[in-house]
Design a protein around this ligand. Structure first.
Ligand SMILES: [Cu+2]
Length: 175
């Protein structure tokens, strides 16, 4: 009888160990969620914070690109062009509401980054649009893109691909 109890206790302990291992694995997994980890790139006086994109459904031809740019310098700069291997071209877009309808249009002349200022590209506002996708960006991967600024020059950053539903789907492009 007592050996049965010992065996039962040993079994319970193993069970607990399995449980803590599972919790540990879960914590590890959460720590690895893309987007939970900030990543940053520098070009001259500019800091590019957390470039991210969204996974796209099969057949989608466009994907959005979002990040922040902080200008630590004393002169304004301007984001002029973007290129990436994932798409034929990349454009700078602006979303806004016109006559009660959400619209999107290309920004001409680049995007100014004021001296000492911060510009945020996010769903529902300024964003990059990777047009003519050559493949579908998958959640969890990263892809490189090159941003070219008037003064700071070119910098290659990595876009972290997050889940399709990130940030409320304000940026659905039906093209
Ligand atoms: Cu767009």
């Amino acid at each position: 009888m007592s050996s049965f109890l010992l065996a039962a206790r040993a079994h319970a302990q193993r069970g607990f160990e399995h449980f803590s291992l599972a919790v540990f694995a879960l914590l590890l997994l959460l720590a690895c969620v893309p987007g939970a980890i900030a990543h940053e790139f520098k070009a001259g006086d500019l800091e590019i914070g957390h470039p991210w994109s969204r996974a796209t459904p099969p057949g989608a031809k466009v994907a959005g690109g979002y990040f922040t740019v902080t200008n630590k310098g004393s002169a304004p700069d301007r984001l002029q062009s973007i290129s990436s291997e994932v798409s034929d071209k990349a454009e700078l877009h602006e979303m806004g509401v016109k006559d009660g309808v959400m619209t999107m249009r290309p920004v001409s002349g680049g995007l100014e980054i004021p001296a000492g200022g911060k510009v945020e590209l996010k769903p529902g506002g300024y964003h990059l649009m990777f047009v003519g996708l050559k493949r579908q960006p998958k959640q969890g991967e990263k892809f490189p893109a090159t941003l070219t600024f008037e003064k700071a020059g070119s910098v290659t950053v990595e876009f972290a691909v997050e889940g399709m539903g990130e940030m409320g789907g304000m940026d659905d492009h039906a093209e």
